[in-house]
Design a protein around this ligand. Structure first.
Ligand code: GDP
Length: 196
């Protein structure tokens, strides 16, 4: 797929502010620092888009990018841990939950996982929650340049085992490196196939 156009369409703190017209949406989410801005930049090949989502104050917003007037990249706020009365729990924005539970156009969620570090409880917890939502999702291992091709299988299998222990079947997965510009074609091909 050739990216002919990419425009910011909405930056909103709530689902109410999302674009109203029905275009297939591909959402990107992960822990902060996972490499989400770099990946959005790599996919769209528009540095401005990634800059928008990295702007202070915009990192807590849902950013909608209209691609080729045909589909959207939805850059969701990253998740972290919150300390509450019952100890630490996965914490993500209410708007993210709204969007993933009730967004009308969600076609697939790309859950970004840092492939260069061991499986993180937070990612596993998020995936367990997401698995209970009615949306398709895939896992994208980022920073693949730090892993090396020879270890992709091992990384995916280890993550898959821990995910299975959390009660979730390993979904389709990809390896990307924004640094080496690798994995872009595979992701775009996947998106294209979903667009039919
Ligand atoms: P975000 O917070 O998820 O949007 O993550 P960023 O895209 O801002 O990246 C966070 C950090 O990871 C930055 O220091 C990036 O340079 C680094 N990073 C992002 N993608 C890659 C990658 O593919 N390989 C490596 N080695 N580092 C990366």
């Amino acid at each position: 797929m050739i990216i002919k156009s990419a425009e910011i369409e909405a930056s909103t703190p709530t689902l109410q502010g999302a674009p109203k017209d029905a275009l297939p949406e591909f959402a990107f989410i992960g822990r902060s620092n996972v490499g989400k801005s770099s990946l959005v930049n790599l996919l769209a090949q528009r540095r401005e888009l990634a800059l928008v989502s990295a702007t202070p104050g915009k990192t807590r917003l849902l950013n909608f990018f209209r691609i080729n007037n045909d589909w959207r990249i939805v850059d969701l706020p990253g998740y972290g841990f919150a300390k509450g009365a019952k100890g630490e729990r996965a914490d993500f924005n209410v708007a993210v939950a709204d969007y993933l539970e009730r967004g009308a156009n969600v076609t697939c969620v790309f859950v970004l996982v840092d492939g260069s570090i061991p499986p993180q409880r937070l990612d596993l917890e998020f995936l367990r929650w997401l698995d209970g939502c009615d949306v398709p999702f895939v896992v994208v291992f980022t920073k693949a340049d730090k892993v090396g091709r020879g270890r992709y299988k091992q990384v995916a299998e280890q993550f898959g085992r821990e995910l299975a222990a959390a009660g979730v079947a390993m979904p389709e997965h990809f390896f990307v490196s924004a640094t080496k510009r690798e994995g872009r074609e595979e992701l775009l091909k996947f998106i294209e196939a979903q667009l039919g």
